[in-house]
Design a protein around this ligand. Structure first.
Ligand code: F0G
Length: 445
């Protein structure tokens, strides 16, 4: 059955339906263009960030909606994947190439009415925790490990607060590549560490924080010929931008007033901004939602920059219990700024207390997530209180990671009173158990 397997992950679309793709520097005045197989992740001319850009002039926009719908009925992994189903909008994979996919995406968009009432808006959440490794990183990883395979890379590497490493390890394993991960020593959740180890990655624990690990890794990637998959890699963002295609499709292409995301290294908000602009450029939507990026107060250099009206970011020593976004020097800030400017977006910062309040509000809707994800909901709550977002606005918040990514914190963060009511240690004695249950039943009466 080898032949049938090959068809399932292979781009077979006719070449003439594909579009030419290239890398382009985002810096005004440079805008240097480079071929897709360029090894650099930053402009060789000026050091600026790179985008993957396309000439979409041959895209038949009238047929794509229908095509995307039809693919849902097809069992081939490439059509089931919430990334590759939209492949007309990320056409960098040459015809005949296989994609490295775990059928990522296809995550639910769920209304959360109690949380919406608490925040003061009409709220739906797009839960990226429902991805193969439990975070939004899988959308980006399928794209950039596919590109790594096209380039013939053998060893992939990243610095990470945990989710990127788990995702890279899984996709590298699937592609038969070696994965090397740099994580800050003792600063990532055990669950994420366990994922990377189980998928066979080599985990190098070093330094105080993500920024330090990332800086050191970048010094070695070119020298050692490692394929870097951090969100500096523009192919990552190509996969991640597809989240907006799914959200809008799930809403029958009704554009929400606001789309809210937590921000760390600021790759995701950059990706989402790019995806939205491409949809508008192609005439698939006629207006844009306002993007909102929310940082943890102790790791909010982007918020500080925007609030001060400055045009350079000043790195900080990051401090927050939301370990996934404990980042003080976000590499993608220029792309994130572009995304906010082009969508009249907003940036907010929230305390850890506010993050955990939002997490508790979501739990009342039966929705769990990791702390960093709840920052998006905390941010909306705060923006409604300050009048910057109108009461009753139509809002989609992205929850970036699964509740079980950080299980210790769910217990650690419960008060003694809550634990006394919820976590009962009772002897295995029928009378004592009856008494305990009777007191529980009184609580709920
Ligand atoms: N939420 C979660 C759960 C994350 O893991 C991250 C980033 C973010 C939000 C922020 O996204 O960096 O694109 O602004 N985690 C990275 C990692 C840094 O290594 O897993 P961003």
């Amino acid at each position: 059955m080898r032949a049938s397997k090959e068809r399932r992950d292979r781009i077979t679309d006719r070449r003439d339906s594909m579009t030419s793709a290239f890398l382009q520097c985002i810096e005004k005045g440079c805008e240097g263009r480079y071929p897709l197989d360029s090894k650099e992740h930053q402009c060789p001319g000026c050091g600026g960030l790179l985008d993957v850009q396309y000439d979409f002039s041959r895209l038949d926009r009238h047929s794509v909606f229908k095509l995307w719908q039809q693919r849902k009925m097809n069992s081939a992994i490439i059509d089931q994947s919430g990334v590759w189903r939209f492949r007309e909008l990320l056409p960098f994979v040459p015809a005949g190439s296989e994609v490295v996919s775990l059928s990522e995406g296809r995550t639910p968009l769920v209304e959360v009415n109690r949380t919406g009432d608490w925040a003061g808006v009409r709220l739906s959440i797009k839960h990226q925790g429902n991805n193969p490794t439990g975070s939004f990183k899988d959308l980006g990883m399928t794209a950039c490990i596919t590109q790594a395979a096209i380039l013939g890379s053998r060893v992939t590497a990243c610095a990470s607060t945990g989710n990127t490493s788990a995702s890279m390890a899984a996709y590298a394993a699937r592609a038969g590549m070696k994965a090397v991960v740099f994580v800050p020593f003792g600063k990532i959740s055990t669950a994420k560490l366990a994922q990377a180890l189980e998928f066979g990655a080599v985990v190098i624990e070093m330094g105080e924080n993500f920024d330090q690990a990332f800086r050191m890794l970048r010094e070695l990637t070119d020298e050692l010929g490692l394929y870097l998959v951090n969100s500096l890699n523009p192919f990552r963002l190509e996969g991640q931008k597809t989240i907006v295609f799914e959200i809008l499709e799930q809403r029958d292409w009704r554009v929400p007033d606001y789309l809210v995301l937590p921000g760390g290294n600021l790759g995701n908000v950059s990706a989402v901004g790019k995806g939205l602009l491409e949809l508008r450029q192609l005439g698939l939507i006629d207006k844009l939602p306002r993007l909102v990026v929310v940082q943890a107060e102790g790791a909010s250099p982007f918020y500080t920059m925007i609030a001060a009206g400055a045009d350079e970011i000043i790195p900080v020593q990051p401090r927050t219990e939301a370990s996934a976004i404990r980042i003080g020097n976000p590499v993608n800030w220029k792309k994130a700024l572009r995304a906010l400017r082009s969508t009249e977006g907003l940036c907010e910062a929230v305390t850890d207390e506010q993050i955990f309040e939002a997490k508790a509000a979501l739990a009342k809707d039966g929705v769990g997530c990791e702390p960093a994800s709840a920052a998006s909901v905390a941010g909306i709550h705060k923006l409604v209180r300050s009048g910057k977002v109108a009461d009753g606005a139509d809002v989609v918040a992205v929850l970036t990671g699964h509740q079980l990514k950080d299980p210790e914190i769910s217990i650690k963060r419960r008060s003694e009173r809550e634990l006394a009511q919820q976590r009962l240690h009772v002897e295995a004695d029928i009378h004592k158990l009856r008494a305990a249950l009777e007191s529980v039943m009184l609580q709920s009466a």
